[in-house]
Design a binder for this molecule. Sequence first.
Ligand SMILES: [Zn+2]
Length: 68
Amino acid sequence: MQTCIRCNHCGKQLDELDMRESFTIHTTAGYGSKYDLNEIDLRLCCDCFDRLVDECVLSPVVGEVGLF
Ligand SMILES: [Zn+2]
């Protein structure tokens, strides 16, 4: 049985492309976060991932991956 996986940010059901991107953060929030000691499992679709990268003041884009 396939479980329906959704983007945490927009609620969209992740399609095949989103799953290939598979952007996830799994962590336990630390001291200083309002989610202190909560377990976090964040999953984003491609659109929300792109938006997040666009909104960064310091770009997390290091460069293009070389294709051989
Ligand atoms: Zn989304």
